[in-house]
Design a protein around this ligand. Sequence first.
Ligand code: NAD
Length: 367
Amino acid sequence: MADVFRFADDLGPLEIVHIHRPSVGLKAVVAIDNIACGPAVGGVRMAADVSAEEAFRLARAMTLKNAAAGLPHGGGKSVIFADPKMALADKERLIRAFASAIADLTDYIPGPDMGTDELAMAWIKDETGRAVGLPREIGGIPLDEVGATGFGLAVAIDVAARHIALDLKGARFVVQGFGSVGRHAARHLAAKGAVLVAASDSQGAVLDETGLDIPALEALKAEGKSVKDYPRGRAVAADAIIDLPCEIWIPAARPDVITAGNAGRLKTRLVAQGANIPCTPEAEAALAGRGVLILPDFIANAGGVICAATEYQRGTQAQAFATIADKIGENTEAVLAEAKRTKSSPRAAALSLATAKVRRAMQMRRW
Ligand code: NAD
């Protein structure tokens, strides 16, 4: 536990619960960071290499993301130590055991994350009566299928582009990680006139300065192939898309992909963070020093959780998209204006606005 308390501060974490059920091989940690704004919403991550510290850091990120988005939810996250590629029947047994173990943690509402999906949320809802990111059949809005986060990212980029006088018509953009977030962001940006010049996935990348055909790339991915199998353009190593000149660079894959070591290779005006913590603090500082605008993850990629919160309130998909457009548009404006006013980075401005909201909510509660 010492590692977790090393990070504790006046916001949280409220609770870190370790779960061990040797009979079913379940080892998990639930971190409930802060519930001043409402019950904590946050994903259930299943991976072999997770840690309690990671659960807490992700839970804090959710506290800030949910507060920034003005949702009536605090932040939480849970991790299950297991290989998500196990047989489905084993996964169901493990997830149901996890769900029954958290049944009394009513301040925590689970959602999907790496290694879990809508079906897993259906099992959790079945056991506990609460979960978001559910299948349509039981009232869910499948947020990856409908592209809630990618849509929100495109809204944030639209606002940021105006701040740096960038015309989206003809603007070249690159997507690292052509998955749920990346491909939907690409569709919505292309609809605004921007041109996708490179895309990557874990197996490789493809470049075409004249523009890639997004539906064709989506069709390849749907067949289980890689973007590098795209028949036109130039197939290159996944990492090569860092060097391609563009106006907008979208990390939508893994954390820490841009570091002090490779930030100098990026030739872009705007980095729009679809992934969570894709740039190290040193990389963000180096990019800002070169005048690159960075849209911070917890502002730009909040579409998914806004969709989940709408689902929880029994709202419709159309209401979710309208709320995403409103909230992400307003927040991006507010963050960029505050950053300009205080001569700070958008991340520092966003952190200060979000923490102030959580602190105000904490003052309204009896502890
Ligand atoms: P996903 O699994 O659907 O897509 C990820 C894509 O990244 C895949 O195409 C994968 O092949 C690719 N990838 C993996 N490693 C790569 C590498 N080294 N180089 C290039 N591509 C690589 O996942 P997703 O749901 O789109 O999530 C992407 C990121 O966005 C994650 O960091 C996730 O935490 C974050 N995020 C997702 C949502 C959401 O609603 N899905 C919301 C907020 C944040």
